[in-house]
Write a protein that binds this ligand. Structure first.
Ligand SMILES: NC(=O)C1=CN([C@@H]2O[C@H](COP(=O)(O)OP(=O)(O)OC[C@H]3O[C@@H](n4cnc5c(N)ncnc54)[C@H](O)[C@@H]3O)[C@@H](O)[C@H]2O)C=CC1
Ligand SMILES: O=C(O)C(=O)Cc1ccc(O)cc1
Length: 321
């Protein structure tokens, strides 16, 4: 086996993403030692029971000392405080990263706390599920999925390349962009869609004329997909909306305008407007799938153990019907 990329990887927070990284780092030989730290003793004990790492620490400073890679795998709202806690113990030349779904606020919160002798390379794997906690992680999570790195100006290129190699070692494809651009893109492809799911499931739950048991009994797969998304971790998503406020509000404004014109088309019986939009959106879906045959999105039905919308929409050959 070739030499590991890192001697000691410290993971702060061991939920879905932290545990998936831990499993990858060990199984794929990317780190000689995986040190795990988290806030709650029960979670740390569970991580140890699952043998996710090589050492387990209640003390974050102890976990990061001597680490050449430190990754914060905590909700975005906690990144600032955690970075302040670990800063005095970070080794010279260490790469410090995170996996947060929002990048601008994480950079703002972490950067001032970090010493000049470390390389700060923020990251975000565009891969996840609605599950959370240390039991949720799995080896294939990052396979054929994109990871976005958002290094700030002046970051050592060698550090960016080393982190890129780490994510590629987990099967991910890597792209770099600015934190601001990341937040705008993710607002429309991830954050607003999650908000729509939280909202529609909430609306259905509050209905007075349709009972909850009817909602469950007659829910077609479209609504079931929304309920999967709406089951995502409340803390994580609260933090996403509080920290990516501007980009989400901008995309929501556009969404509301488009929704209003759909409403008008329905009110005035404008079948052509409805038909045109649905034709356009069907073509978009088909082109995504066609492109997916040789890029990241050829992953419908990718996780055979998952029974969610992605799998159910796909036949045995992975084609959507
Ligand atoms: N769940 C998903 O699908 C994805 C999540 N992310 C990002 O990854 C990060 C972690 O998310 P998950 O692993 O899903 O969450 P999770 O809820 O499964 O795990 C979070 C971990 O952070 C710890 N934690 C929570 N608050 C903390 C605090 N104040 N101080 C220290 N530790 C704390 C928890 O004990 C737990 O170990 C988040 O920033 C999220 O935005 C990124 C991609 C996908
Ligand atoms: O479960 C799903 O469908 C997701 O969309 C997972 C996800 C959630 C948050 C991210 O920042 C990235 C991926």
């Amino acid at each position: 086996m070739s030499e590991p990329l890192f001697e000691r990887v410290a993971l702060i927070g061991i939920g879905l993403i932290g545990s998936s990284i831990a499993i990858n780092a060990k199984k794929r030989g990317l780190a000689r030692h995986v040190a795990i730290a988290t806030r709650r003793p029960e979670t740390l004990a569970r991580a140890e029971e699952l043998e996710l790492g090589d050492s387990y620490h209640a003390d974050f400073a102890e976990a990061v000392s001597g680490a050449d890679l430190v990754i914060l795998c905590v909700p975005v709202g906690a990144c600032g405080a955690v970075s302040a806690l670990i800063a005095p113990s970070l080794a010279k030349g260490a790469i410090v990263s995170d996996v947060g779904s929002v990048k601008g606020s994480v950079v703002e919160a972490m950067r001032p706390n970090l010493p000049a002798h470390v390389h700060f390379v923020p990251g975000h794997p565009i891969a996840g599920t609605e599950q959370s906690g240390p039991d949720a992680g799995f080896l294939e999570l990052f396979e054929n999925r994109w990871t976005i790195l958002t290094p700030v100006e002046g970051t050592d290129e060698a550090a960016v390349q080393r982190l890129r190699a780490f994510w590629e070692g987990m099967g991910s494809m890597v792209e770099t962009m600015t934190p601001e651009h990341h937040d705008l893109v993710l607002a429309i492809v991830s954050h607003v869609p999650h908000l729509i799911a939280f909202n529609i499931v909430g609306t259905a739950a509050d209905l007075e004329t349709v009972t909850q048991s009817e909602v469950i009994k007659f829910s077609a797969s479209g609504f079931r997909d929304f309920t999967r998304i709406a089951a995502s971790d409340p803390t994580m998503w609260r933090d996403v909306f509080l920290t990516n406020r501007d980009a989400v509000l901008e995309m929501l404004a556009r969404f509301s305008e488009d929704l209003a014109s759909l409403q008008r088309a329905i009110r005035w019986g404008d079948g052509d407007a409805l038909f045109d939009l649905f034709t356009r959106t069907r073509a978009i879906r088909r082109s995504i799938i066609a492109a997916g045959q040789d890029t990241a999105d050829a992953d419908f039905g990718r996780q055979p153990h998952r029974r969610d919308g992605w799998n159910e929409a796909a036949g045995a050959d992975g084609k959507i019907r």
